[in-house]
Design a protein around this ligand. Structure first.
Ligand SMILES: [Zn+2]
Length: 75
């Protein structure tokens, strides 16, 4: 039980430092989680989970493969 106070403070220090460490290691994460609009069903999707296709030099994002298929059929 001699190490119990040390372990407690180690956990407290790690818990306090972890958010700033994560921000330093992945600073672009909030940008990749930006919301994008699906042009087919008008739904907003998180960019990292959306299906993207390049059209006329710009990325277009879809919520599902079904919307991508419908978009491809329209254009
Ligand atoms: Zn959709």
């Amino acid at each position: 039980m001699r190490f119990a106070p040390f372990l407690f403070w180690a956990v407290v220090v790690v818990a306090l430092l972890l958010p700033s460490l994560r921000r330093r290691m992945w600073p672009r994460r909030p940008v990749t989680d930006e919301l994008v609009k699906d042009p087919v069903c008008q739904t907003y999707v998180v960019r990292s989970r959306a299906i993207s296709r390049w059209r006329a030099g710009e990325p277009v994002y879809f919520c599902s493969a079904e919307c991508l298929r419908r978009y491809a059929a329209l254009t």
